[in-house]
Design a protein around this ligand. Structure first.
Ligand code: AGP
Length: 621
């Protein structure tokens, strides 16, 4: 989950690379570095910590103007092997300083390669796995190979998933980019043909302001990028033709605008994201649903035996909610599993089943690996994904784009609610295709109900001073508990994850009914308990749960349905949401939990958009 930028063109490379890294800093921010090739020499600058430290270091912008074609690479790191430090920062260079490499992924056999290279006299300058790549390339260049040939030979020795960009002082104006496995994307941007500009990025927001024409590398593909030209070959195979995608995202949507944090902006973009994800997919007269990139014949829909949803983190919580939607609306059995668990439990998935990967980034290694395992076992593989051109999208038999726009904040918000709506759409679509299922087995849910959702979300996002009050009251608490039942139980899990990942307060989500089986021992007057108690089939049970917490002097913050006359007598604080059809309430009840987490994190002075130890896309297993 590191950020990578490469540039070739007539403009000074350093500002373009730094600007790109700034847009990718959400992918990792333990250290950053840049390598610029001018006058036959590679200039390296690296700094530990945030990108700002590197920018402060780079004084000699003048160095950029010494040669016509500028070649450069940059990297912002999320540490895997080797602590965050200047000497472990990328780019890494060969012994003779003539090869520089930036890398995302894990070289699983780096210890053996390190020993082999050391036996040849190589002196390592870092503790990273990535550095072995620079020395392997140098070895093959010394043997008279071209940079492309040396890259192929070096990459063949690597085990694990990698995304690599490298350059050599012996071949100015050439960058070699490669992707192996699920280590996160390699996007190649085709700039202005006249200027011969070419861009490389691990994620398209890094280069979107320069070009919308993007080529995505698939696994085991190696690209040679030169001014105005890119040539792609399969690893040790034939040359292949890659068709550029035209990316619709606008660069502005990857800016903070008037918001203090990306997370705050993205929380408040949810009404629009839901509007966008609905657009063109529902006939609000008839309720008919059309999914432009996911088609299932009635015969195939009828034959579907089970759906396996695989995802991680927030996306896994979305999948748990989707289970309710798809089972109730389409009467199709759903199993939900963490991507990191699915493929190790020998799942009983086969050709009668479908697998659904839910992933905002489309590059989460655990989710991709689970999808590949499902495909290997003969299942149809679908995905719900936000990042256009991502590996998950391109490897699926069918997909639903979230259309939430770039999600920069590490804590996922608008992608979560968009994926809930997309699963609702999928459920309605499967229901209309599964004609043999009797209507009595299905919930009366209707796609027409989605028409009101953006407005309900907007109402849930209205200004509310209670968030600041709660942040002031509870910012110093060490533990929070989140309780929910039924379709809102996964929302309790999500609320707890939001809080812990951006405020570093320990928080647990629990099915409310489980409290009496142990966790109720935790209740005291110190720990706030957030209870999702909307007026649905389990409302009375939740009221009883709140009473049990209050009987033990607990503090209750309730998420409740506007107009509920009872809840204010039971809970200490109430965050209101509009009434909605039961299967759509999670889209609303999660928003107060996102906002509560945000305000607590800000009150604690945490780095909301780039929380410690985290990265936006976890492309290592
Ligand atoms: C969510 O707030 C977290 N940042 C994290 O759990 C995330 O949801 C998870 O890593 C999955 O990411 P994906 O949706 O891009 O696959």
């Amino acid at each position: 989950m590191c950020g990578i930028i490469g540039y070739i063109g007539p403009r000074p490379a350093a500002p373009i690379i730094l600007n790109g890294l700034r847009r990718l800093e959400y992918r990792g921010y333990d250290s950053a570095g840049i390598a610029i090739l001018t006058q036959g020499r590679i200039h390296i600058r690296r700094a530990v910590g945030k990108l700002a430290n590197l920018e402060a270091q780079i004084q000699d912008a003048a160095a950029d103007s010494l040669s016509a074609v500028q070649t450069g690479i940059g990297h912002t790191r999320w540490a895997t092997h080797g602590a965050p430090s200047e000497h472990n920062a990328h780019p890494h260079v060969s012994m003779d300083g003539a090869v520089a490499v930036v890398h995302n992924g894990i070289v699983e056999n780096f210890a053996q390669l390190r020993r082999e290279l050391q036996a040849e006299g190589v002196v390592f300058r870092s503790e990273t796995d990535s550095e072995v790549i620079a020395h392997l390339v140098e070895r093959h260049l010394r043997a008279g190979h071209t940079l492309e040939q040396a890259a192929h030979a070096a990459i063949r020795r690597l085990h694990g998933s990698q995304a690599i960009v490298l350059m050599s002082a012996h071949e100015p104006g050439v960058l070699v980019a490669a992707r192996i496995g699920n280590a996160g994307g390699v996007s190649i941007g085709l700039g202005d043909a006249g200027a011969g500009e070419m861009f490389i990025a691990s994620d398209i927001p890094g280069i979107l302001e320069y070009t919308r024409r993007i080529i995505f590398l698939d696994s085991h593909e190696v690209a040679v990028v030169q001014a105005g030209n890119v040539r792609v070959r399969r690893l040790d195979g034939d040359e292949i033709v890659k068709t550029p995608h035209l990316i619709a995202w606008d660069p502005v949507s990857a800016e903070k605008g008037e918001y203090r944090h990306f997370m705050q902006k993205e929380i408040h973009e949810q009404a629009r994201a839901i509007t966008d994800t609905l657009r063109g997919r529902v006939d609000f007269e008839t309720g008919a649903v059309t999914l432009e990139d996911l088609a299932v014949s009635p015969q195939d829909a009828d034959r579907l035996h089970r759906l396996y949803t695989v995802a991680c983190g927030t996306s896994a919580h979305a999948g748990l909610i989707g289970k309710f939607l798809i089972e109730r609306i389409a009467n199709l059995s759903v199993e939900v599993d963490y991507g990191s668990e699915f493929r190790y439990r020998n799942p009983l998935i086969d050709h009668r089943c479908a697998a659904l990967g839910i992933t905002q980034s489309g590059e989460t290694a655990d989710t991709l690996a689970a999808m590949q395992e499902a495909k290997r076992k003969g299942a149809t593989v679908w995905s719900i994904v936000n990042a256009v051109g991502s590996q998950a999208q391109r490897s699926s038999d069918g997909y639903i784009l979230m259309r939430a726009g770039p999600e920069i904040g590490v804590a996922s918000t608008k992608a979560f609610t968009a994926s809930l709506v997309d699963q609702y759409l999928l459920a309605c679509y499967l229901s209309q295709q599964r004609r043999t299922e009797s209507d009595s087995n299905r919930d009366s849910a209707d796609a027409k109900d989605l028409a009101f959702l953006p407005n309900l979300v907007s109402r849930t996002l209205e200004p509310n001073p209670l968030y600041d009050e709660l942040a002031h009251l509870f910012h110093d608490r060490e533990h929070f508990l989140y309780l929910g039942r039924g379709i809102n139980y996964p929302v309790a899990l999500e609320g707890a994850l939001k809080l812990k990942e951006i405020s570093y307060i320990h928080a647990e989500g629990y099915p409310a009914g489980e409290m009496k089986h142990g966790p109720i021992a935790l209740i005291d007057e110190q720990m706030p308990v957030v209870c999702i108690a909307v007026q649905d089939a389990v409302y009375d049970k939740m009221i009883s749960q709140i009473e049990q917490v209050k009987a033990r002097k607990g503090i209750v913050i309730a998420v409740a349905t506007e107009g509920d006359p009872l809840i204010s007598q039971k809970a200490d604080y109430v965050l209101w949401v509009p009434d909605a059809p039961p299967l759509l309430t999670p889209v609303l009840t999660v928003i107060p939990l996102q906002r509560l987490a945000y305000h607590l994190a800000v009150r604690r002075g945490c780095d909301v958009d780039q929380p410690r130890n985290l990265a936006k896309s976890v492309t290592v297993e």
